[in-house]
Design a protein around this ligand. Structure first.
Ligand code: USQ
Length: 396
């Protein structure tokens, strides 16, 4: 039995992980300001799979797992809040998922860019200082992103590579070339976490995770335990949007030529991998990096896969590429390593085609709700346009 503290326990990944760990007998605590709910509303959207209030989630959690989820409601930007929560929880592992996770949201205007930086970078610094003060031997599992690397014209190692330069050799962090203000906050976090490990002997695993997809419905059918599922341009990831589009007959929306390549993994495998990291902590003072994904695909190839999966479950799916609202290379080399998690025993739990058919089937009961939200399928946040929209949400 481990004691695990999840920062961001109300989110898509955080709530799934709380359930996953409790089901195997871990003692779970967590913090959240529940801001994700407001950000998605700000996008004019809502979770397609309805989720319960945190109070109802906790009641259902205790009924199911026979022990409470110890919940700390508050903001990671408030250092004394973080310190007090960790001092009380005394976790073996801190899983930090408590960040603003959307590239498009961070690109809306100066307010959203600055908010994303303050929220993510300051929150992480507070977690690091609070761990040093209250639980310095605890293992920090920090959620980074594959997007930290960008799409260099080189193979991408797991965090570090060895360079020969002017007759000397050194192992160095792989250069980061993030593609949005959000992705840069993760780079800044990585640097800060790496430095804290060196400075104070903290132990940390920095997870470079690919794009996650899938529904996190409760397997025993208690709706209060469901995880959210977003489909808007900021918080809905590609495959989740494609599958929702497919079930209502909306054309799939690859951006531009669709030749952008990304790494992907299902939500259940994200849980499997985070658990492997928790169960195999880094050594004291060690900062290590795991690239966490199952497979690499182009955005257009994925659209074709969703079309094929749709055909197999009786859905007529069309594809209508949209002008790319983002500034990103559409034709590029992409070959990231992912050996560390495999070495710890990660085995993909299902193949992509099976996963897609399952998602389409599971989304059919939510058709009416997707139809009512379908205006969010058309993106209007443009990377290269400066505009100011001042209602950034900083309160729940
Ligand atoms: N895309 C489309 N059509 C859509 C939505 C997206 O073509 O309807 C394209 C984007 O232009 C991009 C790619 O799909 O080329 C991925 O976009 P995404 O929205 O699925 O994912 P991204 O913005 O990269 O961010 C997501 C998560 C983020 C995480 C990241 C992992 O929101 O939290 O860090 O995936 S990674 O992509 O590896 O950086």
């Amino acid at each position: 039995m481990m004691k695990v503290f999840i920062a961001g326990v109300d989110g898509y990944l955080g709530w799934s992980l709380a359930r996953h760990l409790a089901a195997r007998g871990d003692e779970v605590s967590g913090a959240d300001a529940c801001l994700r709910r407001s950000w998605v509303q700000e996008m004019g959207s809502d979770t397609v799979v309805p989720i319960a209030s945190m109070a109802d989630r906790r009641a259902a959690f205790e009924e199911r797992f026979g022990r409470p989820l110890r919940f700390f409601e508050g903001d990671l930007r408030d250092f004394s809040f973080v310190r007090n929560a960790l001092a009380e929880a005394q976790p073996d592992a801190v899983v930090h998922l408590g960040e603003m996770p959307s590239a498009p949201y961070s690109m809306i205007d100066v307010d959203h860019c600055v908010f994303t930086h303050a929220n993510n970078v300051i929150g992480t610094l507070n977690v690091l200082y609070a761990m040093r003060e209250t639980c310095p031997d605890s293992h920090l599992v920090k959620l980074g992103t594959m997007g930290e690397y960008g799409t260099p014209n080189l193979d991408i190692p797991e965090g570090f590579f060895t360079v020969d330069y002017r007759g000397r050799t050194e192992t160095l962090p792989f250069p980061k070339q993030a593609g949005s203000w959000y992705h840069w906050t993760k780079v800044h976090d990585s640097n800060n976490v790496m430095f804290a490990c060196r400075l104070w002997g903290l132990r940390s695993t920095d997870i470079m995770q690919g794009v996650v997809f899938g529904l996190g419905a409760d397997e025993k059918g208690d709706d209060r335990l469901n995880t959210r599922y977003d489909i808007d341009q900021s918080f809905g990831t590609t495959i989740n949007r494609y599958c929702a589009q497919a079930v209502i007959g909306h054309p799939l929306t690859p951006y531009g030529t669709g030749q952008q390549r990304r790494s992907f993994l299902p939500l259940v495998d994200s849980m499997q991998c985070l658990t492997l990291a928790i169960d195999h902590p880094a050594a004291a003072g060690e900062y290590r990096v795991f690239n966490q994904f199952q497979e690499v695909h182009s955005i257009m190839a994925l659209a074709e896969k969703v079309r094929q999966a749709g055909r197999e479950v009786g859905l007529e799916v069309t594809i209508q590429p949209l002008e790319n609202p983002r500034l990103e290379p559409e034709s590029h080399y992409y070959n990231p390593d992912h050996q560390h998690l495999a070495d710890l025993g990660y085995q993909p739990s299902l193949d992509l085609d099976t996963a897609l058919r399952g998602m389409l089937t599971d989304l059919v009961p939510h058709r009416a709700r997707i139809e009512s939200l379908q205006s969010v399928f058309v993106p209007d946040i443009r990377w290269n346009q400066a505009r100011r929209k001042v209602d950034v949400r900083t309160e729940p």
